[in-house]
Design a protein around this ligand. Structure first.
Ligand code: ACO
Length: 427
């Protein structure tokens, strides 16, 4: 839908900027012809105000702490759904029937098996290799092991969807085994998330009863991470995919974006920060004072968000689950208490109130992963596993959108205007 109800006056010329209406949330001003009509570009570093596409997948209201996947509130999905069910919802737009969900679960599980070539590929990385680099390499390599799934037709995309959900789980669980000194083991029949935990933690015999509370908690964490509209990694997937690069190359690039400490790396960074506070002997109040002072460059990791200017609804769910898992399983309660104290101080401090800085999803996830037995380098790969259906859904939406064009921003050039080449001997 479009209407001509915005006007821009520039150098005496008035232009109509058609308004594109959202079903809910911010409407947008179309400025694509601005350059042609006026010779001017817009500048918006960090995309603070720029919509890069239209999307029907996820809605966020950052002021009111609302997150919905395909219209369903995150709280309802977190309490009633499963990760594969949410994956289907994000990718195909509707909740699956029981038969469809069972078929998806069976198909994904069958593909969790790694071929010998793929195992050799994984073994070629050092045992202590940075897991996000291994994951990005492994996802990119799927294009070479399954070239039949790199096309843009529905059948190829469906196969790639199943392969990505399946192989990412086995690769991440196997990295965890290898880092802990275990051998690779084969997937068996069972629930997707249970199998993931069994592959990650069982002895080399492969026999282990997965704790149902851990399975439920991980299922929930994966749901909470499953999509977050046009965040840095998802925008990267769309940008790379807009060149018609295959889905594996696009998602491998997204994994690179997610690895940064300002994005997916914040869960690990938050846990490191808790440890550093303990080691330094600082009180929580002293640490908060350092953050506010900014001179040491300290940030309260797991706090703040580009979109949420109130409590991140995912953070609220994680905090509840962390509370129940830590009290039941005797995890690191001391750190949990310190984190809660940090939150309490920050939420009542003018610095954080003024800037609308609240805990985001990553403030408590590290503590929860740690209580489940995951070492910190695996935290961000777990985020990537959760985000997989979101990346897939956005890649597929981007491909099927007739308005998609190759992503190619403009710039404001500030360099030298023109100069003559200086021969080497004269510099
Ligand atoms: N601790 C202390 N101060 C902060 C924090 C923080 N965590 N986050 C923002 N601020 C301050 C900034 O210093 C700035 O202050 P100023 O106005 O005095 O200059 C102001 O708040 C605005 O911050 P920006 O960095 O401009 O906000 P932006 O939207 O660009 O950044 C981000 C958002 C990257 C998430 C930021 O809040 C941050 O670095 N947080 C810590 C890292 C983190 O938790 N990342 C996870 C994000 S969620 C996710 O990816 C799942």
């Amino acid at each position: 839908m479009a209407g001509a109800d915005a006007r821009l006056t520039l150098d005496g010329t008035t232009l109509d900027l058609p308004v594109e209406h959202a079903t809910v949330g911010n409407d947008g001003l179309q400025i694509s012809t601005l350059l042609k009509d006026t010779g001017k570009v817009t500048i918006d570093p960090g995309f603070m105000n720029t919509a890069s596409c239209e999307s029907r997948i996820t809605y966020i209201d950052g002021d009111n702490g609302i997150l919905r996947y395909r219209g369903y509130p995150i709280e309802q999905l977190a309490s009633q759904s499963t990760f594969l069910e949410v994956s289907h919802l994000l990718i195909h737009g509707e909740l699956p029937s029981e038969d469809v969900l069972n078929a998806l679960n069976n198909r994904v599980r069958r593909h969790m098996h790694l071929s010998d070539n793929m195992k050799q590929f994984l073994f070629a990385f050092p045992r202590d290799a940075q897991p996000m680099s291994v994951l990005s390499g492994a996802i990119s390599a799927l294009a070479t092991f399954y070239p039949e799934s790199t096309g843009h037709d529905d059948e190829s995309l469906e196969l790639a969807t199943v392969l990505l959900l399946a192989k990412a789980a086995t690769v991440i669980a196997s990295m965890q085994r290898r880092a802990a000194g275990g051998d690779l083991i084969e997937p068996r029949d069972g629930h997707y998330v249970s199998e993931f935990l069994r592959i990650a933690f069982s002895p080399n015999s492969g026999d282990m009863d997965v704790d149902p509370d851990f399975r439920k908690a991980l299922d929930l964490l994966l749901i909470l991470h499953a999509d977050h509209e046009q965040n840095c990694s998802t925008s990267t997937v769309r940008m790379v995919g807009s060149s018609h690069a295959n889905i594996y190359a696009s998602i491998a690039a997204g994994i690179g974006a997610l690895s940064g400490p300002l994005h997916g790396g914040a869960n690990e960074a938050a846990l490191k920060m808790f440890d550093q506070i303990k080691e330094s002997g600082d009180t929580v109040e002293q640490f908060v004072a350092k953050v506010k002072d900014k001179s040491e460059g300290a940030r309260l990791m797991g706090f703040g968000h580009r979109v949420y200017k109130s409590y991140d609804p995912r953070g609220a769910v994680v905090k509840q689950v962390a509370d129940s898992i830590l009290s039941k399983n005797g995890g690191d309660n001391q750190t949990f208490e310190m984190a809660q104290r940090l939150e309490e101080i920050a939420l009542s401090d003018e610095y954080f109130i003024e800037r609308k800085l609240y805990p985001n999803v990553d403030f408590y996830t590290g503590l929860l992963y740690s209580a489940m037995g995951f070492p910190s380098p695996i935290f961000t790969p777990l985020f990537a596993l959760g985000r997989m259906p979101g990346w897939i859904a956005h890649y597929r939406e981007m491909l099927s959108d007739p308005r998609t064009k190759i992503g190619r921003p403009r710039q404001i050039y500030l360099g030298e205007v023109e100069r003559d080449y200086i021969p080497m001997g004269q510099r």
